[in-house]
Design a protein around this ligand. Structure first.
Ligand SMILES: Nc1ncnc2c1ncn2[C@@H]1O[C@H](COP(=O)(O)OP(=O)(O)OP(=O)(O)O)[C@@H](O)[C@H]1O
Ligand SMILES: [Mg+2]
Length: 296
């Protein structure tokens, strides 16, 4: 394993030689970030270069949003960080990934989880035939004792009271929003420092989007750092302090969440509309159809 990242401080900014963005109040990217990516490249099937030098950082508290159109490389970025990329015929072919002061590039997902980083993948992958409680207990499989596991379970029920109400229900029969809460709950069973979460609002009714984001707000208040991929930019930028916009496997824009919210280029060009004003995108060739809600 070879990392080009020499220090966790090298995290922010674009490709080599470009100046770092001016220090912004909210984004603590230069002072000991929790997660730092430096010039990360990802290859799928040894031929498709899906990430072309991605650098970003996540501070030890708060939320960073990763935004961009279909196929921009958002999910690939999260998969590269958590190591799941290896299971999808991809690999990190260059760059450094530092989490909590240590390189995690090329580490297996279980080791990354133990280090305190969890990845809530898109698609709400619950175990459908098991109850809510059983799904959560599976998220706590690493605990050395039943007592420690029970304590973590209680903490999840405290953080997400709705899951406590649903604890005996079969996961497969829950609504999409309830399943989203369940996968978030299962992830925090591991008592992480950082959660990567991919499109939690996708396909949910507005009321459930609110409920899921209320939970994310609460977890954030409790000290969990978040890196969120969303196409619902309105809710994402309301939760996040800082955001990065991706296009074609690169970060093309970054800034404070409120600046991005106000930026017309972000709204018109990067967050869903192509330069001709249409909404052409990779979704047409994806294996399932889904509604994207770019502008909230
Ligand atoms: N397993 C794979 N094998 C080959 N190419 C892939 C694979 N997964 C993703 N890609 C390609 O990598 C690029 C980035 O995909 P990725 O899923 O990261 O985009 P995304 O920003 O998450 O898009 P979306 O908004 O549609 O979820 C796309 O061109 C995609 O087709
Ligand atoms: Mg994606």
């Amino acid at each position: 394993m070879s990392d080009s990242l020499e220090s966790p401080r090298a995290g922010s900014g674009h490709a080599d030689g470009e100046p770092l963005p001016p220090p912004h109040g909210g984004h603590d990217s230069h002072a000991d970030p929790l997660l730092a990516l430096a010039n990360v490249e990802v290859l799928y099937a040894e031929v498709i270069l899906a990430l072309k030098g991605v650098s970003l950082s996540v501070p030890r508290a708060g939320c960073v949003a990763l935004l961009g159109a279909n196929g921009a490389g958002k999910s690939t970025t999260l998969k590269a960080i958590s190591g799941i990329i290896d299971a999808e015929d991809g690999r990190v072919s260059a760059g450094g990934i530092i989490f909590d002061g240590r390189s995690i590039r090329g580490h297996d997902t279980a080791g990354v989880v133990r280090a305190g980083l969890v990845h809530v993948m898109e698609g709400r992958r619950v175990l459908p035939h098991m109850t809510v409680a059983q799904n959560l207990i599976i998220g706590g499989h690493m605990f050395p004792s039943t007592v420690a596991m029970r304590r973590a379970l209680d903490a999840v029920y405290q953080a997400i009271p709705r899951l406590s109400e649903l604890r005996t229900r079969t996961a497969g029969y829950l609504s999409g929003g309830e399943q989203q809460l369940l996968v978030i709950g299962r992830a925090i069973m591991a008592e992480p420092k950082l959660m990567l979460i991919d499109e939690p609002s996708l396909g949910l009714a507005p009321r459930m989007v609110e409920e899921v984001f209320a939970v994310l707000h609460r977890l954030r208040e409790q000290g969990l750092a978040l890196l969120i991929v969303e196409q619902n930019t309105r809710v994402a930028l309301a939760l996040a302090d800082y955001g990065y916009v991706m296009e074609g496997g690169r970060i093309v824009l970054e800034g404070q969440a409120d600046e991005l919210r106000a930026n017309e280029d972000v709204r018109e060009f990067y967050l869903g509309l192509d330069r001709e004003g249409g909404r052409k995108s990779f979704r047409d060739i994806k294996h399932y159809r889904r509604r994207k809600r770019w502008l909230g």
